[in-house]
Design a protein around this ligand. Sequence first.
Ligand code: IPD
Ligand code: CA
Ligand code: CA
Length: 260
Amino acid sequence: MARSALLNVMVQAAFKAGRALSRDFGEVENLQVSMKGPSDYVSQADRKAEEIVLGELSRARPTYGFLGEEGGERKGTDGQHRWIVDPLDGTTNFLHGIPHFAVSIALERDGVVVAGVIYNPVTDELFTADRGKGAFLNDRRIRVAGRRNLENCVVGTGVPHLGRGDRDTYLTELSKIMGEVAGIRRMGSAALDMAYVAAGRLDGHWEDGVLPWDIAAGIIMLREAGGFISDKQGGDRMFDHQSVIAGNERIHKELLRLLK
Ligand code: IPD
Ligand code: CA
Ligand code: CA
């Protein structure tokens, strides 16, 4: 499978940050027992991973802008392109020694996401997507699942936690969805959930309170895998509304109907 030069740059950046995260993840378990706990260590690992990604991407494309979860917005001289990066999506999992987290890197051109990479360094699963060229898991082309009835579907979500989100709205949504589907998963990484929908492992995903770096790479992954994704109003303003609903055409429509 031939990758474009840009996608290659993104993949190499994700691999390099992934190697650093894997090493640090190995240390986390040792730190669980210390009084201070591993959280300072984890935020250091997070920042370090973002520095690595920033270093790799800006070496290859010095003029592009960069939006990272840790360092915020860095304007580029090129007004057209912007990287959108979550160096560690699934921080809570990482902190608790749960091997389900990812580096997420997207490229935006004129406000539209055109390429994405989501990499879990523990499972060594690399999800990539390039506009018009499809989505891949490692070297294998992926597509969203074909299930047509919600009753057979497993759907991912994000649960608002301490100090975040609207509990009552979420509980109403959850009670609507749980009565209609075969299963719900809260796996702890929005980026991986979206990659899993693209790969047909999950049939859908919905979440509120997601930020551009959580979802940017997932958006192109889903579309290139033949999936549908929108904000909760059914529109295209996922970054502005900080919400996503995803699935194949039919499941996306069904979830939208229940959640709108
Ligand atoms: C979080 C994860 C989680 C989602 C949250 C995100 P972080 O990102 O993606 O699954 O439910 O909304 O903030 O903090 O681990 O980078
Ligand atoms: Ca995130
Ligand atoms: Ca993060």
